[in-house]
Design a protein around this ligand. Sequence first.
Ligand code: SF4
Length: 207
Amino acid sequence: MLEVDLYSDPDLLNVAAFYPATTTLGPGRRAILWLQGCLQSCPHCVTPEMQPIIEVEWIEVEELAGLVASIDGIEGITVVGGEPLLQYRALARFLDFLKKRGLATMLYTGYLYEDLIGYPRPEIGHLLSNTDILVDGPYLREEDHGEMWRGSANQRILFLSERYKGWEWVRRVKKRDLSLHYSDDGRYLLLGIPPASLILEKGPTIR
Ligand code: SF4
């Protein structure tokens, strides 16, 4: 389910994009990390350019974690994709590094939590033990009702640790935050989950 030859090195992450601080995807101010590659093909995926298993930018786990830990004023990171779990070996080390520095972690996956905890790789359990919030399941357009932090209502917001105890109310909110970041070379990043109408018109492009 998660085995990709390209992602066998536990020291390197294949990074599609990175943004240092936003309030649009998770509690408080947090960095956002997009990891390249996904084996699923959800119709109307918001990041189709991040589905191919191709090399984009390899960054050493400790270097990237050190960069995140050095950002002032953030409480943690949100990891999206693509499918972050395909890089589970390096991602487990990355999250472990951040948790040891007191940062909060939020993770999106197209797989179900039950399938992940039953997956026969110890790194997966390690990774989940260092995840505060997991948003699981594939994107389903017909279930897209504008839910906060979720692309569609079938996706669950799972609080795996005590850190965000009391935040269960977000599951009932149908309001998203979204901002656009333009870089000097004309590329843009969608920071947050866009409305379905935007996806209908054109899939956003990062690179
Ligand atoms: S799991 Fe996520 S990244 Fe993969 S195709 Fe579905 S929506 Fe896109």
